[in-house]
Design a protein around this ligand. Structure first.
Ligand code: ZN
Ligand code: ZN
Length: 256
């Protein structure tokens, strides 16, 4: 009888490694950071209720939420038409919950917290993303220094999580970040755009026609624009982008 029970346990261990891993290292809720019960849960139900998803009306180009539904474009896209085709995001960065989650991922080194937002984004927008017909996901590169201190590039972590569901490979080697740019926070949006232009370079000719840029947060679009220009110059025909969080057209955005 004892042996039987032991066999059952062994069977369980073999069939549910993820469940056991959750028992030993409990997953945390990406919003409140509390340990989650082992199993398939990636977020606690009350936190899920409080996510502010991106909903219409949105900017036709970058997908930023607008308050005025008679408008077609947000103020940034109106001022300077982006070179990318279109973009979409999972949730509004301006919501406290999303902001806390993104900061946690960015500064406290736990990419597992990205599991839920990425899975949820795929559930909600997967079919639309597949319609773009992209051949590769390109994470926005970070500086080497930042990569060393954080241990990972959060954009790459997002790309890897989306790649499985979309069946589109990640190419992290194509786009590179050139030299250290000045701290973006200290600059105006114009200065930020200028500073970023030329900060990205493509290693070798780009053989893809259609690409999707992946980043964690979209605010003014300066980073997406700089990356898109580098990719188009290298031979890409169409560039789309996905970010997890996006600012609101009406909110003064924290520069990132
Ligand atoms: Zn929670
Ligand atoms: Zn826009």
């Amino acid at each position: 009888m004892k042996l039987f029970a032991r066999d059952r346990v062994m069977e369980f261990i073999k069939s549910s490694p993820a469940f056991l891993l959750d028992l030993i290292y409990p997953r945390r809720c990406p919003v409140c950071l509390r340990a989650l019960p082992p199993g398939k849960t990636l977020i606690c139900p009350p936190c899920r209720e409080r996510i502010r998803y991106v909903r219409d009306p949105v900017c036709f180009k970058c997908g930023k939420p607008l308050s005025d539904e008679t408008r077609e474009l947000c103020r940034n896209c109106e001022k300077r038409r982006p070179s990318f085709e279109q973009g979409l995001s999972w949730a509004e960065y301006t919501s406290d919950y999303t902001r806390r989650m993104m900061n946690e991922v960015k500064y406290h080194g736990d990419p597992q917290l990205l599991d839920f937002p990425c899975a949820d984004l795929l559930t909600r927008q997967g079919s639309r993303i597949r319609e773009w017909g992209a051949e590769a996901l390109i994470p926005v590169p970070v500086h080497r220094k930042r990569l060393l201190s954080r241990g990972y590039n959060q954009a790459e972590e997002i790309a890897l999580r989306l790649s499985n569901g979309l069946q589109i490979p990640v190419d992290s080697a194509l786009l590179r970040r050139r030299a250290e740019t000045k701290a973006q926070k200290a600059l105006t949006s114009e200065g930020r755009a200028m500073n970023l232009m030329g900060a990205f370079q493509v290693s070798g000719p780009c053989t893809y026609k259609t690409l999707i840029l992946i980043d964690d947060i979209y605010t003014t679009g300066a980073t997406a624009e700089a990356c898109t220009r580098a990719l188009l110059k290298a031979g890409a025909r169409k560039v789309y982008f996905i970010s997890l969080a996006i600012g609101h057209d009406d909110t003064r955005q924290s520069p990132l």
